[in-house]
Design a binder for this molecule. Structure first.
Ligand SMILES: C[S@@+](CC[C@H](N)C(=O)[O-])C[C@H]1O[C@@H](n2cnc3c(N)ncnc32)[C@H](O)[C@@H]1O
Length: 440
């Protein structure tokens, strides 16, 4: 038996044999989370051709049958109706208990499973700040935030210490889904061959550093969830115990959930026997009274009437608000609550790109259409998830539309915005970004 399994045996005692059954099987536990910004669970269940079964870890989480293949190519996935997410990975945001209006920082956010879950909970209110230290992973995070239609997010590519010093006392809730030794993923990718106690210890040290950075950005009275997808006690319990010793102004609190099993009284561990591949999460409270969010002075910046005309020519009721700024060639609608001094920080996106200025003209941006609801689009075409038209659109082809559809037009799958095209003479020119298209 290898060192990893020996440790699991001592951790699990009588339950080890049950764990081994999962470990030795090729069928791993698969799931998805419905994105309530774009679709309700009942609607998704009625549109997919396989059965969804609820998980215990979050209201929007479902198991999918292990033989379901290529779900990422489903048009509803392209439309952001759901996020493919290992079921127990949704537990940490449930424990964070985000409320509408909260300012939430997700410090280790790529590829964005938990950030997009937080974004749905905020439902366009408050602010989501998603940070990822690795640049190419931050780009993937951004693309998922766009696909899931989150209008009130900031995506940054910063070191946690640099970022949190600049954002001192600004957040009601912080998630630290820390880089870890990933033991909960071993069954999937045989990474246990790379397992070593030195790696576990270096992950634990790095996690403590990240938590000690994150604490500065949390308001007094705020809550922080630390989570990993590993089983080792040097990470998880070890990191939480050391953090609490070093920071007496923090306490471990009961998150009120019943999934998985308790550890350190209030933290939760999830093993495959509990219905997920494996997760650990602990909720911390920063003592003190919580003060309310800064009131945002209404900006009186004069917006060029050409920009407003463009906005109104494509969307109804200015769905992303009017906090508009032109940065280089991009017209950006910033989140309403974006009042941060970001000089020197690597910000990839704040809010929604409404359009780009190309040779004195304004062209709409893909993310504006994925974020708007169909009802807010002046022109929209709608196709069924199984239609040949939506398949053609996602492949990058031109599609036939009725004669009366004209100009920039949202393309929807069963009423959910996926992208856009430009219509004339009964044809819709494809504007689905090349990097997102399904290859033949
Ligand atoms: C467990 S993953 C996050 C998964 C993400 N929360 C989700 O739900 O999709 C941890 C992330 O931490 C990032 N990371 C690696 N080293 C880091 C460091 N020193 N500080 C902060 N983040 C780091 C990794 O690039 C990775 O994207």
């Amino acid at each position: 038996m290898n060192d990893f399994l020996l440790r699991m045996k001592s951790l699990l005692g009588d339950e080890f044999d049950e764990f081994l059954k999962f470990y030795n099987s090729d069928d791993f536990i698969k799931g998805l989370r419905v994105n309530t910004l774009k679709c309700l669970p009942e609607k998704l269940c009625s549109l997919l051709d396989f059965e969804l079964k609820k998980t215990p870890f979050c209201d929007e989480g479902f198991y999918i049958p292990s033989d379901v293949k290529s779900i990422g190519n489903n048009p509803l996935h392209h439309a952001g109706a759901f996020y493919v997410q290992e079921p127990s990975a949704t537990s940490a945001v449930t424990m964070l208990d985000v409320h509408e209006g909260d300012y939430v920082l997700d410090l280790c956010a790529a590829p964005g499973g938990k950030s997009t879950q937080i974004g749905a909970k905020l439902n366009g209110t408050g602010l989501l700040w998603s940070n990822e230290i690795v640049r190419n992973r931050a780009n993937i995070l951004l693309s998922n935030i766009e696909r899931m239609g989150i209008s009130n997010a900031v995506v940054s590519n910063c070191r946690p210490d640099e970022l949190c010093k600049r954002l001192e006392n600004r957040f009601d809730r912080i998630l630290v889904d820390a880089p870890c030794s990933g033991e909960g993923m071993f069954r999937k990718n045989d990474a246990e061959r790379e397992w070593s106690i030195e790696h576990v210890k270096s992950c634990a040290a790095r996690q403590l550093l990240i938590l000690n950075s994150a604490k500065d950005a949390l308001k007094n009275g705020g809550y922080m969830v630390y989570s990993t997808c590993t089983f080792s006690k040097e990470e998880n319990e070890g990191v939480i115990s050391r953090f609490l010793t070093e920071n007496p102004d923090f306490e471990l609190v009961d998150s009120g959930v019943t999934f998985g099993r308790p550890t350190l009284d209030y933290a939760r561990r999830i093993f495959p026997m509990d219905g997920g591949e494996g997760h650990f999460a602990a909720k911390l409270h920063k003592k003190g009274e919580q003060y309310s969010n800064y009131s945002i002075p209404k900006k009186n910046n004069k917006i060029d009437s050409k920009i407003l005309d463009f906005y109104d020519s494509i969307f109804i009721d200015r769905p992303f608000g009017e906090n508009i700024e032109v940065i280089k060639d991009k017209i950006i609608v910033l989140p309403q609550n974006y009042n941060f001094d970001v000089k020197g920080l690597q910000i990839l996106r704040a809010g929604v790109i409404l359009g780009e200025i190309v040779k004195n003209r304004i062209e709409p941006h893909h993310s504006a259409f994925t974020t708007a609801k169909k009802e807010n689009c002046k022109s929209a075409v709608n196709f069924d998830v199984n239609s040949k038209e939506i398949a053609a659109y996602l492949h990058g082809e031109e599609i036939a539309v009725s004669q009366d559809v004209k100009g920039y037009t949202a393309v929807c799958v069963n009423g959910i915005t996926t992208g856009f095209g430009k219509a004339s003479n009964s044809r819709l020119k494809n504007k689905y970004p090349k990097g997102l298209r399904i290859l033949r």
